[in-house]
Ligand binder design. Structure first.
Ligand code: SF4
Ligand code: SF4
Length: 467
């Protein structure tokens, strides 16, 4: 190793790639990648963006396919309404998602960041291509930024930022459609500004936020702001698959000389892998927090290897152990434990969703009330019923005492009709012949019926005189 290399080996981790030694912003001008992995990511991003922008328009049974209304606490998934009372399903779903992300990171490193993260997808497949299209290659972009404000520069910058704003506007509206539903978003657009001033202000703020992120903040989101990125180091181990440079094969580096047999390693020091990197790092320095696993350096290096007739894969998906020892990937104990936990959580979640009730009743004896002895030799207890209708239709409900003779007498209404998407609260007396009550507290079951169909059985207590 030369002195310069030694110094670099010790100092490259002192600061992140997008900050200069003086602490200023180091703007990353990334070269457009091309190759097999970039194509795979393009196909996935195309599918992802189509899904993202069209999903809010998809409805089933007049309900959005997906809606996450955190403002009103109303969630729709697969066109099924989930209420705050179903929150435990969300809690399990969130835990499952976190375990999935952790397992994924332990095994596959930052695969999520490079392939699925909305920040990467929007940046690399919408905003950066717009920049390449209008401002050209990294060298042309650098020249444009450093040059004077000519007519051409004003036109290019205005056009680029206009398109950035248009896409930020579309992204902000789409996110809002996931929260409020597409009908509400269309209403906001069509109806007078004064009717939706609060939401419109929110939309403008979010549009500007997205614009700011993609026009100016960019890679800083991945290298500094994103908490998932910061957590990586505690989840990685030497068996974690990541985008890695095969230093055993690549070092020592040496220029490529046509017709001369190589005595050095396979890295020809062309720096193509650095030039394509959207976070501006040199993957040959080893695993770094800034790497978002975008595969651009794999494609760039493979192209170089092909052109100099060396074997591809000098940069590839591999674990540290695989590179240092030649040992193949193995499923370690931590991975097995996470997989079992993830499988259990998935099974629990499927059971919960499958057994979720569309009508959910809660019946309790009114607290502080004792029984009443009626003149007709009946004992009466007072109950509160809270019944949630999670469907979009009116539901007539009847309550019946199960396995025992008794009458339900509603207070204040004759029938229970649950309005669509509502919570009905009712109070009723339950009267049971005195002769059937043998104990001070008798366990009873109350059936909740819709016509002849029993929806639920609720267990409660019925108080009577001491025997
Ligand atoms: S692209 Fe490949 S050959 Fe060129 S510097 Fe990077 S690792 Fe070395
Ligand atoms: S090092 Fe390679 S995979 Fe990582 S961000 Fe840079 S180009 Fe992408």
């Amino acid at each position: 190793m030369t002195d310069e290399e030694l110094l670099h080996a010790e100092t490259f981790r002192d600061r992140i790639s997008n900050v200069t030694e003086k602490g200023n912003r180091n703007w990353i001008y990334a070269l457009k990648p091309k190759g097999k992995w970039t194509n795979y990511r393009k196909y996935l991003a195309f599918f992802y963006l189509i899904t993202f922008f069209t999903l809010p328009f998809i409805k089933m049974n007049d309900l959005p396919f997906m809606m996450i209304n955190i403002i009103e606490g109303k969630f729709i998934l697969f066109s099924k309404i989930f209420w705050p009372q179903d929150f435990f399903i969300f809690a399990i779903a969130m835990i499952t998602f976190i375990v999935f992300i952790v397992l994924f990171t332990v095994v596959f490193g930052r695969l999520f960041c490079g392939w699925v993260c909305p920040q990467t997808i929007f940046m690399e497949f919408i905003f950066r291509p717009i920049e390449w299209m209008i401002e050209g290659t990294p060298n042309q972009q650098r020249k444009l930024n450093d040059g004077a404000w000519t007519g051409e520069k004003i036109f290019k910058k205005t056009f680029k930022h206009f398109l950035f704003l248009v896409f930020s506007f579309a992204i902000a509206h789409t996110f809002l459609a996931y929260i409020l539903g597409i009908d509400e978003v269309i209403a906001i657009i069509r109806e007078p500004v004064d009717d939706h001033i609060g939401l419109l202000t929110g939309l403008i703020i979010f549009t500007l936020l997205f614009y700011g992120v993609y026009a100016f903040v960019r890679d800083i989101v991945c290298t500094t702001i994103c908490p998932y990125g910061r957590l990586q180091s505690v989840m990685f181990d030497k068996d974690t698959m990541q985008i890695a440079y095969d230093y055993k094969r690549g070092e020592p580096r040496g220029k490529f000389k046509k017709g001369v047999e190589r005595t050095e390693g396979d890295c020809i020091g062309c720096n193509k892998c650095v030039q394509v990197c959207p976070t501006g790092i040199d993957i040959r320095d080893g695993i770094q927090m800034e790497c978002v696993g975008c595969t651009a350096c794999i494609d760039a290096c493979n192209e170089v290897m092909e052109s100099v007739h060396l074997e591809k894969g000098l940069i590839r998906y591999a674990s540290e152990n695989e590179i240092s020892t030649g040992k193949k990937f193995h499923f370690n104990t931590r991975m097995k434990a996470y997989t079992i936990l993830l499988s259990v959580l998935l099974v629990v979640m499927v059971i919960m969703i499958a057994s979720r009730k569309t009508v959910d009743a809660h019946i309790t004896r009114v607290k502080g009330q004792t029984y009443q002895e009626m003149p007709n030799h009946q004992i009466s207890n007072l109950y509160d019923a809270k019944i949630i209708n999670k469907t979009r239709e009116k539901i007539p409900i009847t309550l019946r005492l199960e396995g025992l003779e008794g009458v339900v007498k509603l207070i204040g209404s004759k029938d229970i009709i649950l309005k669509e998407e509502s919570i009905g609260e009712f109070t009723f007396f339950l009267e049971i012949p005195e002769s059937l009550i043998q104990h001070h507290s008798t366990k009873i079951k109350i059936g909740v019926y819709r016509g002849g169909e029993k929806l639920q059985t609720i267990q409660s207590k019925f108080l009577g005189p001491y025997q």
